[in-house]
Write a protein that binds this ligand. Structure first.
Ligand code: MG
Length: 381
């Protein structure tokens, strides 16, 4: 049953450009559908999660990651009586602003662009749905509802929040977003921790033996071996991971439900003005989740082989940024025109914005090809 404190499409704070109501869909279904039909969404297929796209066909990409986030978040939303369509819309759009090459690309772009305000991927996701998507006759962007936009803007620096108007206001006021946004945020974490274990094991960079020092993994793995003493290989891993996801989802659902009851919230405004978020793991699970994250950081994300690939990705991003920012004429003509237009409007910062938009929008393979076209003398243009 839908709860009174869930986001409601009928009570939405609306779209930036008013539109007539959809015929047989809710406003949030319309948001979700627009995201699926966007070009940014299709690009997610060719953007790195942890492993670079060409390293193997079975690894997660930003697209499959986003689908897993949507699956987890929707399941919890249904149990808790939250708005499933809004939850799904936020989940599918949450990584639209990601650069090629995952976190390595994002960190590199942030470092390159320090002088002009850095780079924040959540802010870029909002920029994609608010401005960069260009398919509708009546407006730039996807013209999503306020609730979808606030969910997409998961984090934001105070200096940027000040420039964003209503959607940035909560970072200045220290208020909370909808429960659907809070939920998607944690579903993101559940999805990537678990699929990174799976991909990490598949790659051979981490091992089951090593992971047994992580409490969350060990508990599920021991239970699998208890139930199926003969089980080995992929099936043992998959059984373990599905139990981990199940355990986390149940803890999140039960703990959040009691937090909501204790807080006595009745409306979405009560949710917004509550001093802290209400979608949270229980304390013990938060702790074991941290242990898992630490393990993955030390053993997978900073693994020698991943690190070497990360460094190459940084070189590509730095190479692209430096070439374009020093000589705008190297940009494709339509991006050159944008850079000029933004420069007239916002000065040098505007010029950098056009370069950032171009690079952040690239898929991994487009970025590699563009780097070659710029720097490899033997490369045909
Ligand atoms: Mg994500």
């Amino acid at each position: 049953m839908k709860q009174p404190y869930a986001a409601s499409p009928e009570a939405s704070m609306g779209r930036r450009y008013p539109e007539s109501a959809p015929t047989y869909r809710s406003e949030y279904q319309r948001d979700r559908d627009r995201i699926i039909h966007s070009s940014g969404f299709r690009r997610l297929e060719y953007k790195t999660q942890v492993f670079v796209n060409h390293e193997g066909d079975l690894y997660r990409t930003r697209l499959t990651h986003s689908l897993e986030v949507a699956q987890i978040a929707r399941a919890v939303a249904r149990t808790m009586g939250l708005d499933e369509d809004l939850t799904e819309a936020i989940a599918l759009a949450h990584d639209l602003g990601h650069t090629p090459f995952g976190h390595a690309g994002q960190d590199a772009l942030n470092a390159c662009n320090k002088k002009y305000g850095g780079f924040e991927h959540n802010l870029q996701s909002l920029r994609v749905v608010d401005w960069l998507e260009s398919s509708y006759a009546d407006f730039q962007g996807l013209n999503l509802t306020f609730e979808a936009r606030e969910g997409i803007l998961k984090h934001c620096s105070l200096s940027h929040a000040k420039e964003l108007g209503q959607v940035g206001q909560r970072f200045l006021d220290k208020t909370q977003p909808s429960l659907e946004a809070q939920l998607t945020n944690i579903a993101d974490e559940i999805a990537y921790n678990n699929h990174d274990i799976d991909d990490g094991l598949r790659s051979g960079l981490i091992t089951v033996e090593g992971l047994r020092e992580v409490e969350l993994f060990a508990t599920s793995y021991d239970r699998v071996l208890w139930d199926y003493p003969e089980l080995t290989g992929r099936k043992a891993i998959h059984e373990t991971i599905r139990r981990m996801i199940g355990f986390l989802v149940v803890d999140l659902t039960e703990n959040s439900t009691s937090l909501i009851q204790e807080a006595g919230v009745q409306t979405i405004d009560d949710v917004r003005y509550h001093p802290h978020t209400l979608i949270q793991f229980s304390q013990p699970v938060q702790k074991s989740n941290l242990q898992l994250k630490r393990y993955l950081r030390n053993n997978l994300y900073f693994h020698h082989k991943v690190y070497r690939m990360t460094r190459k990705a940084q070189l590509v991003i730095e190479g692209l940024y430096t070439a374009f920012i020093e000589d705008l004429k190297l940009l494709p003509p339509e991006h050159q025109a944008l850079a000029e237009a933004y420069r007239q409007d916002k000065g040098e910062k505007g010029k950098a914005l056009a370069v950032i938009d171009f690079i952040a929008g690239m898929t991994d393979r487009y970025a590699r090809a563009e780097y070659k076209r710029l720097y490899d003398i033997n490369q045909v243009l």
